[in-house]
Design a protein around this ligand. Sequence first.
Ligand SMILES: *Cc1c(COP(=O)(O)O)cnc(C)c1O
Length: 421
Amino acid sequence: MAAKKLPFSKEQIKNIIKIHPTPFHIYDEKAIRENARNFKKAFSWNKGFKEYYAIKAAPNPYLMKILREEGFGIDCSSVAELELAKRVGMSGDEIILTSNDTPAYEFQLAKNLGAIINLDDISHIDFLEENVGLPETICMRYNPGDLKQGNLIIGHPEDAKYGFTHNQIIEGYRILKGKGVKHFGIHTMVASNELDPDYFIETAELLFKLIVEVYEETGVKIEFANLGGGIGIPYKPEEKAVDLEYVSAEIEKLFNKMIVGNGLAPLKIFFELGRAITGPYGYLVTKVRHIKNTYKSFVGLDSCMVDLMRPALYGAYHHISAVGKENEAATEKYDVTGSLCENNDKFAIGRMLPELEPNDIVVIHDAGAHGHSMGFNYNGKLKSAELLLRENGEVTEIRRAETIEDYFATLDFAGLKNFQI
Ligand SMILES: *Cc1c(COP(=O)(O)O)cnc(C)c1O
């Protein structure tokens, strides 16, 4: 069982809290960089390999700047995310737009930035051409339908709203070639938070097979294969991280056989992972506000769903540590709750923990992806600050906490004064 560790001591976090009151998210720069390097190293056999960080996982420019320095690109799926890429100074093939139900202005901004556009549907070929014109490079998203089993979060590929069918994608390459597009990519993403390494090897095989077929059918030589995101992380202490070395070595074998063997090299391998890049290296730091004993025992934190929705949304497990009580026996069974008026605002249900009391520091693990970014302002709850634990132990605030004024910013109280009823 892999112990869930914290990147700071009790003294350290107490000192951080003196300056930055709880709740907040804190990201571990050292661990993020090490992980990024391991990832790149695992796939170094592939010339042109690139991971495009799925920025929706943690859309913070500081994190993106760090990842960019490690050689990562950015995967965007909205105008705001493209704008973030732009403001970090990214452009060209450092950016992929993988969106769906895409508005014309999003395609336009992507094209202005020189980003790689990944189309979600065959009808978007005409839509893109009519609204913004076709770029020289185009990628298309493949939905394998019943050729591939989905997983729990994403569901069956046939039910998913994403991507082209098999016949549509072949037709897509034919059409785009006819329209003078010069460079082509292919993309698929059929899983989310998947821990089975073979799943990603099978996905690569599926895409390589299609790449061969596209070449035979249309003469189009695909230049990059984007294997998507979806590599899971061990949220539970007993789970095992995906072995990247193994995944990479198996993909390399398939690559040599199917791509090199059919004269279709070079082919660049891309990923657009979010969770596996920052997920384990972000922590939600909170304090116990109240202990409540009724029919059950409740720990009320000073945080809530606004900071981490995954437990409420998916029943997801997030490990919880009581700082300074790591060596105490987990004798108490608690529902660990937030303050939102919504009964599923719980970080954990029936979790065994050491006995807690008000003001104890409680850390929720694996909040570094789809954590802060997913929160909403329901019930007037405000988003927390984001901090970065630097490699030298210093702490930088990389996003301030929201204020009540932020929350009211879209309302017009001046107009209300003149509002006659
Ligand atoms: C959400 C998403 C990702 C990232 O998913 P992770 O589970 O964080 O790896 C990548 N690509 C697309 C198209 C997505 O929608």
